[in-house]
Design a protein around this ligand. Structure first.
Ligand code: NOJ
Length: 573
């Protein structure tokens, strides 16, 4: 890559897997680094251009070498793929594009034999419209028993031709679609907070609750280590389905003030997770629930990880924080305090399959709200600046106590694909927003393994379901592996040191620093990130342990670089 090699003190001689055996106190999930696999885009074994479970199995050693503790798999269940698998038609099987149920079993076994844990995605807010329950609901007609598992209502206005309320879909357009009744007449409307192919379930219905407990047990019995719970803040709606005008940020809850949206973060969700926690606790081992809940403020999110509920919740406030010392200081301290108040580990995440990759996002002007996709005619963020900040952000994140999430490809420094041709876009956001929002395809492009292979080693075919940019060659794993200072080797070293030094179970002690600089101690390691305009001197007596990028010729920490330091002082632990 374009960065020059780091000083020799940062290079790693660790053998794959060796550093993974260091024990840390407490259950694994309190400090784990969890790697998100987006199955469509990780590795394709059969040449259809879409990633699959055998492809993942064949690449598992990469994750061992990288040094993560666990993987989270985005959905691989049978699905019409209206929302890339987040529209599930059968919760107990594998879609043929991803393989067979036997492949899922083999993947669990192959991961276990390598010491990797596996958590799977659970999508309880909605099913696919191809789920048998939804077919039965349509066939049952208004008032039919099967209809009550979903949220059907009569429309407003003459002939019920207007949606029952003003809610908007997260992907754009109304959150309601009118059905044609069995007698051929226009009839009731059903709620879908996402795509029309994702009807919302009615979580007041006992059959819905019982079904999901059964699905949990089904995968727990197969050996999964836990579940990432999709839209965990959306299952329960305010009973009156009241209109909701302020919809600027439809997937989030409000800030500290103002009314709570009637579709998000209702208090009733918590008893569902308390029930699920009891189920997980009845299984041996430490199985976990992770909330995907776009809820603010941090105190409200912390309610999802009280001792009798979920184990973790994604920290999206952290993901959305500006790249500045005050903003990062504020979000780190607030996150640590909010999770400590309920005895939960804090989590950290910078990228996933729903947001602009952080190697691109961090190059946007500081303070830009998280955009919903970038297209060829938008201003193009500077990739060098983005990668520099991304590496500094990652090193900062991996020095924090708690559990960290990585998204596939970030260990290669992959940027967002910001020039994806519009005609290849698959995210329903693009069509549903009337082409106002590009959507999330740019972070979902299949990842590069080998610079000179077809589809950069993603699979045997030349083409992949989303086209890869030619610059993928320079990011390919085989161009970075063993190259000191490459993004991949920086990640690998960071993960090894994080484990060896117990950073995941440590404590943050803030140290005095000039404006524009964050400086703290975790155990015996000191962490310094320079957000300011000028280089900063290393603290006196400090020895460089690791860095996100090279120091300047005078041995100072340049702008947008994080360093890990050792400073011999008695009494630090
Ligand atoms: C959150 C998932 O991460 C996203 O990809 C999906 O579109 C929505 N939930 C709806 O399931």
């Amino acid at each position: 890559m374009s960065e020059s090699p780091l000083p020799a003190t940062t290079s790693t001689g660790a053998e794959p897997g060796v550093a993974r055996r260091v024990d840390a106190p407490g259950p694994w999930w309190r400090h784990a680094v969890i790697y998100q696999i987006y199955p469509r885009s990780f590795a394709d074994s059969d040449g259809d251009g879409i990633g699959d479970l055998p492809g993942i199995i064949a690449r598992l050693d990469h994750l061992v070498e990288l040094g993560v503790d666990a993987v989270w798999l985005s959905p691989f269940y049978p699905s019409p793929q209206a929302d890339a698998g987040y529209d599930v038609a059968d919760y107990r099987d594998v879609d043929p594009i991803f393989g067979r149920l036997a492949d899922a079993d083999q993947l669990l076994a192959a991961a276990r034999s390598r010491g990797l844990r596996v958590i799977v995605d659970l999508v309880p807010n909605h099913t696919s419209s191809a789920h048998p329950w939804f077919g039965a609901a349509l066939a049952a007609g208004p008032g039919g028993r099967e209809r009550s598992r979903y949220v059907f209502r009569d429309g407003r206005g003459p002939d019920g031709a207007e949606p029952p309320n003003d809610w908007q879909s997260v992907f754009g357009g109304p959150a309601w679609t009118r059905v044609t009744e069995p007698d051929g007449r226009p009839g009731q409307w059903y709620l879908h907070l996402f795509d029309t192919g994702q009807p919302d379930l009615n979580w007041d219905h006992p059959e819905v609750r019982a079904e999901f407990v059964d699905i949990l047990r089904y995968w727990l019995d197969r050996g999964v280590d836990g579940f990432r719970v999709d839209v965990a803040h959306g299952l329960v709606k305010q009973a009156d389905l009241a209109d909701w005008k302020p919809q600027d940020e439809p997937v989030s809850g409000p800030g500290t003030e103002g009314p709570r949206p009637p579709m998000w973060d209702q208090d009733g969700v918590h008893e569902i997770y308390q029930d699920w926690r009891r189920v997980l606790d009845s299984y041996p081992g430490e199985r976990i629930l992770v909330a995907e809940a776009w809820v603010q403020p941090a105190e409200r999110l912390a309610a999802y990880v009280r001792p009798d509920e979920m184990h973790q919740a994604f920290n999206f406030e952290y993901l959305e924080a500006s790249w500045s010392a005050p903003a990062q200081y504020a979000v780190i301290t607030r996150s640590l305090a909010a999770s400590a108040a309920v005895g939960a580990p804090t989590t950290w995440v910078l990228s996933n399959h729903d947001v602009i990759r952080h190697a691109t996002r961090l190059a946007l002007p500081i303070g830009t709200p998280r955009p919903r996709g970038i297209g060829v005619d938008d201003p193009q963020p500077d990739p060098v600046l983005g990668l520099r900040r991304a590496r500094a952000a990652t090193l900062l994140m991996l020095s924090l106590p708690g559990s960290a999430y990585l998204y596939q490809g970030e260990e290669l420094g992959l940027p967002e694909h910001t020039t994806l041709p519009d005609e290849s876009r698959q995210d329903p956001t693009w069509e549903r927003s009337g082409h106002a929002e590009r959507g999330r395809d740019g972070c979902r492009v299949p990842i590069p393994w080998e610079a000179d292979a077809p589809s950069y080693g993603f699979g045997p075919a030349d083409a992949s379901w989303l086209p890869q940019p030619t610059l993928w060659a320079e990011y390919a794993l085989d161009r970075q592996r063993g190259v000191p200072g490459s993004t991949y080797e920086v990640y690998r070293t960071s993960l090894r040191l994080r484990r060896e030094r117990g950073l995941g179970t440590g404590t943050v002690y803030w140290l005095e620093s000039p404006d524009g600089v964050l400086y703290f101690r975790n155990g015996a390691l000191r962490v310094l990130t320079n957000f300011g305009a000028d280089p900063v001197e290393l603290p006196e007596g400090a020895e460089l342990v690791h860095a996100s990028g090279p120091l300047d010729p005078d041995g100072r920490v340049p702008t947008d670089v994080t360093v890990w330091l050792r400073l011999d002082e008695a009494g630090e632990d």
